[in-house]
Ligand binder design. Structure first.
Ligand code: GMT
Length: 373
């Protein structure tokens, strides 16, 4: 199949899923055309069957705001026509679904039919989408998409709660991209922690929804009982606040801010526990990636996270803001080598339910269905 993949190119989960999905489909022989405004961070080098079409933005002085959606629609029209695509798969509703709809209508006026699938990822529904200023467009696009998928059962239910739609939404969970085994993990680990220290980790875009302050407080409590280090990976609006709190709590020498990293599997390989205390999380791809690397997860029990992290098995889940309970749970995992080994094994076992080989055929089947419609 020839598939147009419309996505955000950044570190956000939706872009990661779209890129990894495209790469996996390309490996199976499908032709994948990524359409976005910058090189997707996970795309990497020259990969067979993948093509990247950059949407260039106009900086004409009349525009206070660049009309990205219009330029994206035009690019989609061009790519569909000239590359003879079979379907579009757009990740994150805003503005990708409305751009796809507009492109579809333009193409229809020129005698070209193109179906489009919208995958809802989370904040497009739970935070941004239900903002009244977006709601009518999102509702319309959900209703007009040839097919709609959501990354968890929880996100599907939230969509029905917040939007005026009865249309079928298929749950296709995210998958853990395959990870190449690192050979020097033990050496690498010693660069960050002494032999007797545990390493905790958090990876995110440091937005308020991630509750990075809770991450630091959980670590502060754990570190009082168990010698440890915290790796904070990523960057965003709450990084400065997190750095300040670390200094106030006197743990700044025990917390390492790495900034943004492309190959996070290298970090995960040296970690013992992953912290994800988010306010809301439709799925928690970062937690799944941690579990796939054998890292147990301490998370909130919000949104789709309990579908991924099994309480008491692959880690623990708690109510949002229950910092002390989350710290106690982390200590339960970290206080003996036996417990840690058990949870690491369980984390991998739970992650295997979301292996790429299990999820990919669900998308391929859906693609066949929408093309046949
Ligand atoms: O979490 C973010 O801020 C990024 C956001 C995105 O759209 O890229 O992530 C969302 O999509 C991911 C991939 O499906 C999910 O794993 C995340 O849980 C979801 N984030 C939220 O719901 C807050």
């Amino acid at each position: 199949m020839k598939i147009g993949m419309v996505l955000y190119p950044t570190f956000g989960g939706s872009g990661v899923v779209a890129t990894e999905l495209g790469k996996a489909l390309a490996k199976k022989g499908h032709e994948i055309h990524f359409i976005t405004y910058a090189q997707p961070v996970r795309l990497g080098n020259f990969i067979d069957n993948t093509y990247y079409h950059e949407v260039s933005l106009s900086d004409y002085p009349l525009f206070d705001y660049q009309p990205y959606e219009i330029q994206l629609s035009s690019k989609i029209v061009d790519v569909v026509k000239h590359e003879k695509l079979d379907l579009l798969h757009v990740h994150y509703a805003i503005p990708h679904a409305s751009a796809a709809y507009m492109a579809q209508q333009i193409l229809k006026s020129q005698g070209v039919e193109i179906p489009f699938i919208t995958t809802l990822h989370g904040t497009d529904i739970t935070l941004v989408g239900k903002d009244p200023s977006f709601e009518p467009v999102i509702t319309f696009c959900i209703n007009e998409s040839t097919a709609v998928t959501a990354v968890s059962e929880s996100l599907k239910q939230s969509t029905y709660e917040h939007f005026n739609t009865k249309r079928a939404i298929k749950v296709i969970p995210n998958f853990a991209p395959p990870i190449a085994k690192q050979m020097e993990a033990e050496c690498q680990r010693l660069k960050y922690a002494m032999g007797n220290e545990r390493i905790l980790c958090h990876i995110s875009n440091f937005r308020p929804v991630k509750r990075v302050e809770d991450v630091v407080k959980i670590f502060y409590l754990v570190n009082q009982k168990i010698p440890s280090k915290l790796l904070l990976v990523g960057d965003g609006p709450d990084r400065f606040m997190a750095e300040r709190i670390c200094r106030e709590l006197g743990i700044e020498k025990r917390v390492i801010f790495t900034g943004k990293i492309v190959g996070t599997e290298k970090v995960l390989e040296i970690c013992d526990t992953f912290l994800l205390p988010s306010e809301t999380e439709s799925f928690g791809l970062a937690a799944l990636e941690a579990m796939a690397a054998g890292v147990p997860v301490i998370s909130s029990n919000t949104g789709g996270v309990p579908e991924v992290n099994l309480d008491g098995f692959s880690g623990f889940t708690s109510n949002v803001g229950a910092v002390e309970e989350m710290a106690e749970n982390a200590i339960k995992i970290l206080d003996s080598d036996e417990n840690l080994a058990k949870f690491k094994k369980n984390a991998k076992e739970q992650a295997s339910k979301f292996e790429l080989e299990k999820i990919l055929p669900m998308y391929e089947q859906l693609y066949q269905e929408v093309i046949a419609k």
